[in-house]
Every structure is written in structure tokens, then in C-alpha cells.
Design a protein around this ligand. Structure first.
Ligand code: PLP
Length: 822
């Protein structure tokens, strides 16, 4: 942080009121996450309220850990006893106060701040500009895509006095969000990357989306934009004085006229200024999106005064690497966190935080390279050491000369290798067993080679799960219900195919209240992998009673007979067990019917050891409007049944009825809890809020071979694929054994290769499928998308007459799941 603050200053900045005990120390760190605190005595903890639990809940524990300063909501009643032990600043809204502190800190930074927004490319432009500028300057930048209402303040707190330029990214998803971001960032130079065409729920239309984003630049001295985006440039030119604008275009008349020449995997970008002087840059990309992003980068670097040779040197090192933080299966049950594209402290902090949120493993290992161009090494590595210290790692492997300084801080846990080559010589994958390994390094160290050595080798099909999208969808549903309504999340069937342990773990950190699985075994597996949330088991069997007890699982009880058996079991063992009662109001699958109620009440009285944790019913047609009348009659019947059951209870069980579709259609029946399923995974089955959810999973595979076939050739079993005029086909490494449905055969399905449609030709085989690529310049090794952002699950399901649920849950466990934060 740039400027340490006293409590008096904070009161002034936030307009809050200080109470509690006074401490003379200055605040040099700000944290919103109770697990992320390094110097407790100089940290201000900001208790945010969100979809997640109220941050204030952690305050008593944090005081134990030595934190003395808290920013809290004025409505939060400070528990007695705490006032003597800490300082509290009470404000109307802690998020606004956090932003006010950020705006204040930003003002302390006298060097240039670049603000970047747009629909696509903003993170990559920020990262690449950071790389290019770091040839000449020390650069602060938002970690990953920390561009939100809370991400931006955290990015600003990461700016240090020694930084010479700061790059801050701003992202908005609805009207009204940019004003606070703009107020905090106060950019001098702006970059508007572009505007996507996708409809977004939070905006009325494309123009209103552009206008919202442009607010970031309202006080900017200079704004860089591409004139060839007609709508964007019209909106910009209407609002900004020409003297503040730097335009570029493929056509003459802009500040920079840009022409490109592509040759053998390289592109020459030639910029001509209005005075007809030209300069030429060479870049290792040919795709148009990368060229557009790089043009923004070059013009921004020139505007900031960087010289041309330094810019070219920076461009030479750009690689289209995956910037995402990914979690993937490693050798011998290890888990790898792949962060092979990180080069600063802010990024390291994000990665360590992600590490600390993973399920417990035998030990935690960090593989880390030198941090390049990050200012004074003496200082940087002591900061790195402090950061690492707070995450209690078991082993630290440093690669490079500078990082060797960590030896002084961790003499017993630190190993050093001069180069990646040298590390690889000594790295034996068999020495790793059930470990959690974070691999993070600067680009030139090529740590992808280390990841390659340590990751589990599986064939070319992967299911990628976007954890940010999962969070987004969870929060969307959380916003549809009252803050006090609990969220149970269905992670049955391997979390709808997404991978139960990782998704349950992520839900745990997001603040879900309950999980539900179909069978006891699924619950046992979650417990064994360190999941602590309460778990409801939908379909327990008598044989699993011991497991329920041993692993603290809560069975659904659905018949008098089952109730009696379980009751006798707990009486014999002299234990108590929490159970859930399923009321059948029309599903006619499992559950108590109306005529069972007298018997049920007797049973409840006879077996008080069985504690009724909840009472629920399940709607049969919540997704479809045509069943509305039936759904409402189910809900009414449920209310009657629950009232009757409650007459024999002297405590209140949780009452719940709504699945994903129900949450959208009948929010007035949310009661104490809702049960979120398919919606979390990005499918909005009612069709009312299609644009509000983000697709969570992308199924990808690779091309194994490309063949050119003569006229009349047939493809695959039974000669079902016909090429009367000949053509070109590609064989993909996915088949029905991976869960690629055989009903997609013979043109019913298609995949995307280079964003172009390649129809299935012939029948889907067990492990392979052939697609027609006659019109696509495809080669072996290229990626093929089965579904994801550009092919919706709903569309695919429609094509073969099924539902998205089936497609999701059919993906075989042999397909590698990879999780990422973008
Ligand atoms: C699977 C399931 C849900 C979740 O349904 P979605 O349609 O996926 O939201 C809710 N309740 C019960 C009892 C379920 O079995």
C-alpha cells in the first residue's frame, strides 16, 4: 500500500465513527479475507457482506489472531467484550468505505495510471502491456482479472511506492457499476479494447453498454480506441474532445494508420502517424484478435514514452499463454495449480490464496521462479518471504539466481536450482505422492515444462470447469432469494459431471450451506476429501447405516418402513442422527404421501433420536409454464403436510421445495432453503434468464489425424458416412465411451474447430469420432470444442431429443477435469 493510515485518517476518508480501544499503530495492509492476513498488528480487516457469509462473523477469531482494526457496518452490533480488545470504525456500508480508501490511496500515486476496459481482451491487453512496459519500468497491475467492485480496491492496494506505472482493469456487468470504479481508478491514459456483440442482462442494449464503460474515462487525459469499431467510435467521438483522443484504424485519417503483413507465423505491424512517419514491429501472432490487442499495447507504450527498441524487445517475448490459474490432476493423486504465467507479487498472492482454499493434501509445495523486473531484489524477496510465511508451505523450490535469497528465510525448507533445465534434471515425478503443488513463474522460465512433467497423463479430451462462472451462477441464484434463505447445492452424480470434490470444495469457500448427494458412497467420498459442509443423502440404503454414522451424513427418510429401521438402528447404537423428510406431493418417486402422515407422526414421537433437520418436497415441472397450476398445487399441499408434521415437533426443521427452475419461477416459496442444481452449472432451464448465467463447462478434444478422401469414399462403421464428392475429414479423440452421445452420429451433431462448424460424419465410435473438415484448414493436434461458450448444452440436447442434465452427467470419469480461475 502506498500510504499507511491512522484510525483518524480512516474516519475522515470513510465518514465513519471510531469506537473501541485506541491503538497508536498505523494501518499498512487491508484485508477482506480472514484467511489472508500477514501482519495482523498493522492490518485493517474490512467486514464485507455478500452472497458469502457476513465477514463480521470472523471478527472474534481474528481478534484472537492479533488483528486490532476493523471496519464494520454501523448496523452490526459489536459483541460485548470486543470493544476493549480492538478498534472499530463503523460505516454505513463497508464496500463503499473500502472503495473510498482505494480512491484515497490511488491519489497518493503520482505516476501514470492506465485504465483498461472493454468487453473482450482487457485482461490480455493489461498483461501484455505490463510485459512490454516492464522492459523499461517497474509496473503494478491488477492481478488476473481483478476488475470488479472489490477487485479494483484490492488491485490499488497492491501499488507500491517503487512502481513507476500502474495498469488497472475495470469490468462491469450492469448499468451503474462503472462510476465507483472510475472514481477509484482515475486513469490518466485509457484504453477501450472493444465491445462484444453478446447480449448481456445488465444492459438495455449495446449503446448503453458502451456508454457505461466509457464512464471510466470521463476524467482521462488521453483515450486510445480503434476507429474501425463503428458504434464504439461514434459514442466516443460524441463525448470526448478530439484533443483527448488517440485513434487507430486500418484506414487513413486516424492518429495511427495500421497495416499488417502476415508471414509464416509472424506478423509485421506497420504504424503510420499523421505526419507520415512510420514504424514497424514484429510479433509472433497472426490471429486478428491478438493483432488488435497488440496494436492497443504498442500505442499505449508509445504514448507512455517507451522507446521503440524496448517495445520491440518486449513484444519478442509475448506468448499466447494461458493466463488462467488452473487446477489439474497431477501424478500419484497430487493436485497441481498451474500458474505458469505469473510475474509479480500480486499474482503470487492470488495463487497462494487459491492454494490455501484447496482440499487438504499431505503437504503443500511451491515451485517459484525469480520475479522479473519487480524493483529492488533485496526488498521484493523479503516481501515474498513474508507472503509465503503466512501460507505455511512444507517445501519451497526456487528456480533462478534472485529467488535464492529465500534461503535466508526458510533454511530448512528451501531448495534452489539455477535454471528450469536444472530443476527438470532433478525432478522425479515418482517422488511426489498426494501433494498439493503450486507452480508459478515468470514467462521466460517456461514452467509449462515443469507442469508437463508432473501432470497426470490422460488422452486428449478435457472438461474445463470455470470456477469464476460457477461463483457467478451461485451468486445469481443467491440474489434471487432473501439473504437469510439457505442454499443447498446438489452435487449428486459427480456434481452433474463437473467433479464432486473440487466443486464441493469451491462451494464451501463460496458459502453454500448444505450439499446433497444421491448415494451414501458419494457422501463418504466427499468427507474423505476434506469436505466439511453438512451433506444430505437422497437415496440411502439400509446397508449404509454404518457409513452415515461414521461420516456424519444426513439421510433422506422417505417411507414409514425406512423411518422405523433407521430409528431402531440409532436406538440400538445409542446415537442421534439428523434426517430429512421427503414429502411426495406429485413426483411419485420417493417420499411420504398424505395418508402416511398419522403413522409418520407416531414414528417421530417414538424415535426422538432422529432429529428432523429438514422437511421438503420436489416439484415435477417447475421449468415449464404449462405446469404452473400443478406446481402451485404441489406447494399448497406441501404447506399443509408440513404444518401437520410440525404439530409433533418442539423445534423447527428447515422447510424447502425449490430446485433451480423453482427459484426462478416461484421465489415466494423459497421458505428456509432452496436446492440449487443445474442452474449452478450454467443452464437456465426456464429460459427466462438465459443471458444471466455463465456456461461453466467446456468439453474439448484434439484432432488425431486429418485425411483427404476421394469421391465415393465412406467413413466409419457400416459405411454410414458418405462423401459422394470426396472431401477432408478429421478424427477426434472422443467417443461414446467418453460420454459423447452416439445419437450425434451422421450429422446430428457438430463440433467447432477454429470457431467453424464441423459436422459429425458417420457413426460415433467408442473412443473416436470423425468430422467433416472439408471447409476448414485443420491439422492434427488442433483443438475441437464439443460444447462450451459457443455451443450451448441446450442446443445440443435439443438436437438429439434429450435434456442438458443427461449430457452433463454422461461425461465419463476418464475425461480429465481441469478447473480454472480466469
Ligand atoms: C436433483 C434435485 C434437485 C435439483 O434440481 P435442478 O433441476 O437440477 O435444479 C433438487 N431437489 C432434488 C430432490 C433433486 O433430486
Amino acid at each position: 500500500m502506498l500510504s499507511p493510515l491512522s484510525v483518524a485518517q480512516l474516519v475522515e476518508i470513510t465518514g465513519g465513527k471510531a469506537t473501541g480501544k485506541g491503538y497508536p499503530a498505523l494501518i499498512a495492509q487491508i484485508s477482506i479475507d480472514s484467511r489472508q492476513i500477514i501482519h495482523p498488528e498493522q492490518t485493517l480487516f474490512v467486514a464485507l457482506r455478500g452472497a458469502k457469509a457476513d465477514g463480521a462473523d470472523f471478527i472474534p477469531a481474528l481478534i484472537q489472531e492479533g488483528i486490532r482494526f476493523f471496519l464494520v457496518h454501523e448496523t452490526w452490533e459489536i459483541p460485548s467484550g470486543l470493544l476493549e480488545r480492538a478498534s472499530f470504525i463503523a460505516v454505513k456500508n463497508t464496500r463503499d468505505a473500502l472503495q473510498a480508501i482505494a480512491a484515497f490511496q490511488r491519489k497518493q500515486f503520482g505516476k501514470p495510471v492506465v485504465g483498461i476496459t472493454g468487453s473482450n481482451g482487457k485482461t490480455i491487453v493489461k498483461e501484455w502491456l505490463g510485459q512490454v512496459l516492464s522492459q523499461s519500468y517497474t509496473v503494478a497491475k491488477s492481478p488476473k482479472s481483478y476488475n470488479s467492485q472489490v477487485g479494483v480496491p484490492l488491485s490499488i492496494f497492491g501499488i507500491q511506492p517503487y512502481h513507476q506505472v500502474a495498469l488497472l482493469e475495470a469490468g462491469v456487468s450492469r448499468s451503474g457499476e462503472m462510476a465507483p470504479l472510475s472514481w477509484m481508478i482515475q486513469p490518466e491514459l485509457g484504453i477501450f479494447t472493444n465491445i462484444g456483440s453478446a447480449h448481456e442482462e445488465g444492459f438495455e442494449g449495446l449503446e448503453s453498454k458502451i456508454r457505461e464503460k466509457l464512464q471510466l474515462f470521463s476524467e482521462c487525459k488521453l483515450l486510445i480506441y480503434c476507429k474501425d469499431q463503428a458504434l464504439v467510435s461514434r459514442e466516443i467521438e460524441e463525448r470526448f474532445d478530439p484533443s483527448r483522443l488517440i485513434s487507430w484504424s486500418a484506414n487513413p485519417g486516424s492518429d495511427f494508420t495500421v497495416s499488417v503483413k502476415k508471414k509464416e507465423g509472424q506478423t509485421k505491424i506497420i504504424l503510420m502517424k499523421l505526419d507520415l512517419s512510420t514504424m514497424t514491429f514484429q510479433v509472433p501472432f497472426t490471429d486478428s484478435a491478438s493483432i488488435e490487442n497488440i496494436t492497443h499495447v504498442i500505442i499505449a507504450a508509445l504514448t507512455l514514452g517507451q522507446d521503440i527498441p524496448a517495445i520491440q524487445e518486449g513484444l519478442n517475448h509475448l506468448k499466447s499463454v494461458d493466463m488462467r490459474l488452473t487446477l489439474k490432476p497431477g501424478v500419484n493423486d497430487s493436485l497441481l495449480i498451474d500458474d505458469t504465467y505469473n510475474n509479480d507479487l500480486a499474482g503470487l498472492k492470488v495463487a497462494l490464496e487459491f492454494l490455501s482454499q484447496q482440499r487438504p493434501k499431505r503437504s503443500k509445495i511451491l515451485i517459484l521462479s525469480d520475479l522479473l523486473q519487480q524493483g529492488i531484489p533485496e526488498k521484493i524477496y523479503s516481501e515474498v518471504a513474508e507472503l509465503i510465511q503466512s501460507y505455511s508451505l512444507d517445501r519451497i523450490i526456487g528456480v533462478g539466481k534472485e529467488v535464492a535469497r529465500l534461503k535466508d528465510f526458510f533454511p530448512d525448507r528451501f531448495e534452489n536450482y539455477p535454471s528450469t533445465e536444472d530443476l527438470l534434471l532433478h525432478l522425479d515425478p515418482e517422488k511426489f505422492q498426494n501433494e498439493l503443488i503450486l507452480i508459478t513463474g515468470a514467462r521466460p522460465f517456461e514452467f509449462e515444462r515443469v507442469v508437463n512433467r508432473l501432470q497426470q497423463r490422460i488422452h486428449g479430451t478435457t472438461l474445463e470447469i470455470n470456477l469464476n462462472a460457477l461463483t457467478h451462477n451461485f451468486n445469481f441464484f443467491k440474489r434471487q432469494v432473501k439473504p437469510e434463505t439457505k442454499m443447498m447445492v446438489m452435487v449428486k452424480a459427480f456434481a452433474y459431471g463437473g467433479g464432486a470434490a473440487e466443486i464441493a470444495n469451491h462451494l464451501q469457500t463460496m458459502g453454500a450451506d448444505y450439499l446433497a448427494v444421491a448415494f451414501s458412497d458419494e457422501g463418504v467420498s466427499l468427507r474423505k476429501q476434506g469436505i466439511r459442509l453438512p451433506i444430505m443423502v437422497l437415496n440411502p440404503v439400509e446397508e449404509s447405516f454404518d457409513l452415515l454414522r461414521e461420516y456424519d451424513l444426513e439421510p433422506v427418510v422417505f417411507s414409514p418402513d425406512f423411518f422405523r429401521k433407521l430409528g431402531k438402528y440409532v436406538q440400538n447404537h445409542q446415537i442421534q442422527l439428523s434426517i430429512h423428510l421427503d414429502m411426495d406431493t406429485g413426483m411419485h418417486r420417493l417420499g411420504f404421501e398424505k395418508h402416511h402422515l398419522p403413522e409418520l407422526k407416531d414414528l417421530i414421537r417414538s424415535f426422538p433420536e432422529l432429529k428432523i433437520a429438514s422437511l421438503y418436497t420436489h416439484l415435477v415441472g417447475a421449468d415449464e409454464a404449462e405446469h404452473e397450476e400443478f406446481s402451485l398445487s404441489q406447494l399448497r399441499q406441501f404447506m399443509e403436510m408440513k404444518a401437520e408434521v410440525e404439530t409433533v415437533l418442539d423445534y423447527k426443521p428447515l422447510i424447502h421445495a425449490l430446485n433451480s427452475a423453482g427459484i426462478i419461477r416461484y421465489p415466494e416459496f423459497q421458505m428456509d432453503m432452496v436446492r440449487l442444481g443445474i442452474g449452478l452449472y450454467g443452464v437456465e432451464v426456464t429460459g427466462k434468464h438465459d443471458a444471466a448465467l455463465k456456461p461453466v463447462s467446456t468439453l474439448k478434444t484434439t484432432i488425431s489425424q486429418v485425411k483427404t478422401l476421394p469421391p465415393g469414399a465412406t467413413v466409419g462403421y457400416s459405411r454410414k458416412g458418405k462423401l459422394p464428392n470426396g472431401g477432408k475429414i478429421a478424427t477426434l479423440a472422443i467417443g461414446y465411451a467418453d460420454g459423447y452421445d452416439r445419437r450425434f452420429s451422421q450429422g446430428k451433431g457438430y463440433v467447432l474447430i477454429q470457431s467453424k462448424k464441423a459436422p459429425i460424419i458417420g457413426n460415433v465410435c467408442m473412443d473416436m469420432v470423425m468430422v467433416d473438415v472439408s471447409e476448414i484448414d485443420a491439422k492434427a493436434g488442433d483443438e475441437a470444442i464439443i460444447y462450451g461458450e459457443q455451443i450451448s448444452l441446450k442446443e445440443l440436447a435439443d438436437r438429439i431429443g434429450t435434456i442438458p442434465y443427461e449430457l452433463l452427467t454422461n461425461i465419463s470419469t476418464r475425461v480429465k477435469r481441469v478447473y480454472y480461475l480466469d
